[in-house]
Design a protein around this ligand. Structure first.
Ligand SMILES: *Cc1c(COP(=O)(O)O)cnc(C)c1O
Length: 227
């Protein structure tokens, strides 16, 4: 069986290759290793191979791993659905949250972020498919939420995130990512400048990179199936 170290090296090459293909710098895209439901030993293997950014979806599981590993070089991203009663643990332990879709959650995170830490980096999760069942805010609500979040002292608004429905074809995959990119451009035009587009996973990272992704979130292709 191929291991985590080999998988990581391969994926990093593929990301760099896609970036160059898209006319971007080879290091334009940050790999976020999604380690949910993976053991601490796999995270340590990836960290030993130089991987710094890790993504977790569940608050309790993430906190346990962060406190066991205690490596200050690692950057922890919360990428799951965040319930308002769990914001404090996230504000105190993570470096990023990608899934903000309500002002209430953002306000709590800002109030609960310890002053000894840098502001928490946040992305607003947008529902680019207009499907009522999926999480994320609707595009029309974005400018107002972005403006409000940008004012919160405990947060640093970094950009937008999406998790579109799976599509098979490359050109079809590009559509929701292009939509997210244009939304970020519109925010910039109203003075809300962002530097992050968190989009693309194992099966659609190339389309996301062609549309300007700066962070791609990849789990299974690095760590294998989840336990
Ligand atoms: C699980 C997850 C991923 C990674 O998915 P894989 O299929 O394991 O690559 C990426 N983003 C989010 C938000 C996730 O929940």
């Amino acid at each position: 069986m191929i291991g985590v170290t080999e998988n990581l090296a391969l994926i990093k090459d593929l990301l760099a290759f896609s970036a160059v293909e898209a006319g971007r710098e080879p290091d334009a895209v940050t790999l976020l290793a999604v380690s949910k439901k993976q053991p601490v030993s796999s995270i340590l293997t990836a960290a030993a191979a130089g991987q710094r950014d890790f993504g977790e979806n569940f608050v309790q599981e993430g906190i346990e791993k962060i406190s066991q590993i205690r490596d200050r070089n690692l950057i922890w991203h919360f990428i799951g659905h965040l319930q308002t009663n769990k914001t404090r643990l996230v504000a105190e332990n993570f470096d990023w949250v990608h899934t903000i879709d309500k002002l209430k959650t953002a306000r709590r995170l800002s109030e609960q972020r310890p002053e000894s830490l840098e502001p928490l980096n946040v992305c607003l999760q947008v529902n680019v498919d207009d499907e009522a069942s999926k999480s994320g805010l609707l595009p029309e609500a974005l400018p107002e939420l972005a403006a409000a979040v940008a004012e919160l002292p405990g947060l640093s608004l970094r950009g937008l995130m999406c998790l579109p429905a799976a599509r098979l074809e490359f050109e079809a995959q590009r559509v929701p990512f292009a939509r997210l990119r244009k939304m970020a451009e519109s925010l910039s035009a109203i003075g809300c400048r962002t530097d992050t587009l968190s989009m693309g996973m194992s099966d659609d990272y190339r389309a996301a990179i062609f549309e300007g992704a700066t962070i791609v979130r990849i789990g299974t292709a690095i760590f294998g199936p989840r336990t």
